[in-house]
Every structure is written in structure tokens, then in C-alpha cells.
Design a protein. Structure first.
Length: 149
């Protein structure tokens, strides 16, 4: 959370992944909106099943930022791989491990090799309604999927 106070935005490798050759997300071209995320481990995507794929990363951002996660187009088109939730939403107050819930809609299993680029993250500002009271005095206390539901 201290990064938010300093007005920073970026990525950090989680402590238990520091010695596993994890790459921080980067934009591939000057006009790319998204930062490419890689898989932190080898993962087998069994067809018609959802698997949480680890990145070994966490993000930090400004309080009115959100990090939106999208599957890479080539994976969706060529291999019928999608995020199970369509678009991932990483809130500014989520300081935990970024995991991708990926579903394989293909006819056969698909192997994700460590270091394979899976998704891209786009930082965006968001708006709230006038007099919004959500979260007044509340702090996130859980991890992945912890805002309720």
C-alpha cells in the first residue's frame, strides 16, 4: 500500500517467486496499451475446465486506478483459451497474487509453458457516482475474489 501513497503504479515479483526467473510485465511497442503477463509455472489446461494460472506478481496503483486483464487475442483465436470471468479486474486495494482463471474451450488439453505470454493488463482510471460511500472506513481483508459475492 505504501506505493499508492507515493503516487506510483507498477508491478512487483512476490517473495516466494523471486528466485524463479519471473519477468515483470512490459509493453511490447510504443503504442501498446497492455502490459504482457507471463505464466509463472507450467500448467496443463484440461479441456472444459477452469484452472488458476499463477503470475508470481502483484500490482500497485493509484487509488482511482484499476488494472483490467484481457486474454491475448492469439490464444483466444488459435487455441480457444479465455479468462473464465471474461475480463479480470484488479482493484487498487488488492495487494495479492495476480492469478488468471483460465478456461480451455478447445477440443483437447492445452499446455501452458512457464514464461508463455497469456494476457495483457491495462491500467485505467474509473469514475464513481456523486456522494459514493462505498468502502468508507473499510479495508480489504481477503485475497483473490475477496470483495464478496
Amino acid at each position: 500500500m505504501s506505493f499508492q501513497l507515493n503516487g506510483c503504479r507498477g508491478f512487483e515479483i512476490l517473495n516466494n517467486y523471486k528466485d524463479k526467473n519471473i519477468n515483470l510485465p512490459v509493453r511490447r511497442t510504443a503504442q501498446s496499451a497492455g502490459y504482457d503477463f507471463e505464466s509463472a509455472e507450467d500448467v496443463l489446461l484440461v479441456r472444459q475446465k477452469v484452472v488458476l494460472v499463477p503470475t508470481g506478481l502483484k500490482a500497485f496503483m493509484l487509488p482511482d486506478d484499476v488494472l483490467l486483464i484481457y486474454i491475448r487475442s492469439s490464444l483466444a483465436f488459435k487455441h480457444q483459451i479465455m479468462l473464465a470471468n471474461g475480463v479480470g479486474v484488479i482493484d487498487a486495494d488488492y495487494g495479492g497474487h495476480i492469478l488468471f482463471p483460465i478456461i480451455n474451450f478447445g477440443d483437447s488439453d492445452f499446455f501452458i509453458k512457464k514464461g508463455m505470454r497469456l494476457a495483457q493488463g491495462v491500467f485505467q482510471k474509473y469514475l464513481t457516482i456523486d456522494n459514493d460511500k462505498a468502502g468508507i472506513g473499510e479495508l480489504r481483508s481477503g485475497g483473490f475474489g475477496s470483495t464478496g459475492g
